[in-house]
Design a protein around this ligand. Sequence first.
Ligand SMILES: NC(=O)c1ccc[n+]([C@@H]2O[C@H](COP(=O)([O-])OP(=O)(O)OC[C@H]3O[C@@H](n4cnc5c(N)ncnc54)[C@H](OP(=O)(O)O)[C@@H]3O)[C@@H](O)[C@H]2O)c1
Length: 323
Amino acid sequence: MTVFVAGASGAVGHRLVPLLVASGYDVAAMTRSPQKVDSLRAAGAEPVVADGLDAGEVMRAIMRSKPEVVIHQMTGLTGVSSYKKFDEEFSVTNRLRTEGTDNLLNAARAAGVRRFIAQSYGNWNYARTGTGLKGEDDPFDPDPPANQRKSLEAIRHLEDAVLGAQGMEGIVLRYANFYGPGTGFALDGDLAELVRQRKFPIVGNGGGVWSFIHIDDAATATIAAIEHGAPGVYNIVDDEPAPVAVWLPELARALGAKPPRRVPVWLGRLAAGEVGVSMMTQIRGTSNAKAKRELGWQPRYRSWRDGFRDGLGDVAPPKPASS
Ligand SMILES: NC(=O)c1ccc[n+]([C@@H]2O[C@H](COP(=O)([O-])OP(=O)(O)OC[C@H]3O[C@@H](n4cnc5c(N)ncnc54)[C@H](OP(=O)(O)O)[C@@H]3O)[C@@H](O)[C@H]2O)c1
């Protein structure tokens, strides 16, 4: 079976493509960049050069590859560093989540694709009310910080388009915050470096609850979604969403850094804007019960506690499910 991966060279794609190959799938790996063709081929995939924002190129790429499944992992988040200008920083990603999704869906429909799996996100975008973990049926934030509105709209667009696609099984994976090799929270990641420099402080009470997922567990969940699960939305997150005040000191310890500084909310707002204050003090965590139940998936790192200790560096990839 051929699986077409758009975003094959990105944070998820980099770990996903070799695992798909090891699991026995033929992989068509899309990139914009002819320079990345050799490394994708070395990973065992058949590279396809196309720009996800060019409808014609995407149509030709998917028609030529004749996949049974399309996986959308296109984002544009390299170098994103500011919560203050959140929507600006996410503008390319937002285009990939709107125009990019539409281009892939149109081509997938024309090629008779059976299942379409798309990267979404689940943590800051859920309503910042109530206790307990958010399930897939809980509403998105009806009143997000002004600087996150466009990004939330782009997520809505992606999800509505995928779930409403005619003639295809649409699966939306709401990944939690990534950590592990190739992400910002890796030994060599840019966010980890901020933690080392004590430039990633706990704001206020640090009560914002973050959901995490190791990048390899995001990859295994994606593969599980090829064969399992009814069309719909799945939170892909570990077992222990936790407040910033709990996980950030543990991350600093795992990185050999000094404990994070603490700053009052007014200072956090000055430095990181309303989005920063929301992320640090207000957001709610997510539940993986549905993904475990319906995708038959278990994260290798059940808690970020284990993952921060053992999984921030160059860990061996997980074994394919069939071996
Ligand atoms: N849930 C989360 O926490 C989350 C989600 C996503 C990203 N991130 C973080 O963001 C950082 C950047 O990672 P990233 O994977 O997003 O890297 P990225 O450099 O932003 O690229 C991601 C992928 O999207 C593809 N892409 C981008 N624009 C495209 C276009 N116009 N047409 C076709 N493909 C396109 C890229 O392909 P080519 O460059 O090969 O064309 C690449 O494979 C990492 O630290 C990552 O952990 C976090």
